[in-house]
Design a protein around this ligand. Structure first.
Ligand code: MLT
Length: 288
């Protein structure tokens, strides 16, 4: 059994695989290099960087399994893999806590202008009155997607005395109620939320879920967080909404094109950005 690990994964994971198979770690391969190499391997392990396209899958003559160290499988052509009888597996729980904590860090950073205040103070400006913030307590949090991460965000934000509503057509009202969350329509969530956080996978159904039409329905004081996947929210529409005063601020960890080198969102001071860091903790890397 030969395993190719094409993205960085924790040493513990590599050692566990080595107990059962011959493992090669080759990260940063180009698409052509991956296509040329994959024919030798029975299993492929990736994170989000490597794109496992239909071309890669077709070249994987011996391939039996594609392991996604992490949650989102949007970088893998699951349909092409399934058609060839190749199993795609992920690690759905490994980075849940880290992703939830990063979301809350983004929410607090937005509410209290922490990155901007940090930059101004280090630039020699003591400007307390420029950074009037808002409390999370008694605010309405709208969670789009009440899966693993959305649920953990709900639990934590409940402890911060937020009122929590969620839109998720796939979960029951009972599941939500047991967490102190009220299930609502997307329309109602957009209209009522003071903070909106996205926690859906990127699929054909969720691509562009939040666009100009949706952003026209929110409160002008709303702050939006996306630590799920680029593409769920339309980046240009978000930029225009924040610049145009229709949305108070946004915090974005994930981008339509990654690595994101020159994204439209970088041009707005009221949009905080981090480079897909939600799962970047020692615990999550080992767990996934
Ligand atoms: C995930 O889907 O697991 C996270 O976004 C982290 C990653 O892409 O590696």
């Amino acid at each position: 059994m030969r395993v190719l690990i094409a993205d960085p994964v924790a040493e513990e994971g590599i050692e566990a695989l080595r107990a059962h198979a011959a493992v090669d770690v080759k990260t940063g391969m180009s698409r052509d290099e991956l296509v040329a190499a994959i024919g030798e391997y029975d299993a492929l392990v990736v994170r989000s960087e490597t794109k496992v396209t239909a071309e890669v899958i077709a070249a994987g003559k011996k391939l039996q399994v594609i392991g996604r160290a992490g949650v989102g499988v949007d970088n893998i052509d699951v349909e092409a893999a399934t058609a060839k009888g190749i199993v795609v597996v992920n690690a759905p729980g490994g980075n849940t806590t880290s992703a939830a904590e990063h979301t809350i860090a983004m929410m607090l950073a937005l509410a209290r202008h922490i990155p901007q205040a940090n930059a101004r103070l280090k630039g020699g400006e003591w400007r307390r009155s420029d950074f009037m913030g808002t409390e999370l307590r008694n605010k309405t949090l709208g969670i789009v997607g009440l899966g693993n991460v959305g649920s953990e965000v709900a639990r934590r934000c409940g402890a911060m005395e937020m009122r929590i509503i969620a839109y998720d057509p796939l979960v029951s009202a009972d599941y939500a109620r047991n967490m102190g969350v009220e299930l609502v329509s997307l329309e109602e969530l957009l209209q009522k939320a003071d903070f909106i956080t996205l926690h859906t996978p990127l699929t054909d159904k969720t691509r562009g879920l939040i666009g100009a039409r949706e952003l026209a329905r929110v409160k002008p004081t709303v702050r939006i967080i996306n630590c799920a996947r680029g593409g769920i929210i339309d980046e240009e529409a978000l930029f225009n909404a924040v610049e145009g005063g229709k949305v108070a601020g946004a915090a974005v960890d994930v981008f339509t094109q990654e690595p994101a080198k020159d994204n439209i969102l970088f041009g707005c001071d009221r949009i905080l950005v981090t480079p897909h860091l939600a799962a970047s903790t020692a615990e999550a890397q080992a767990g996934a």
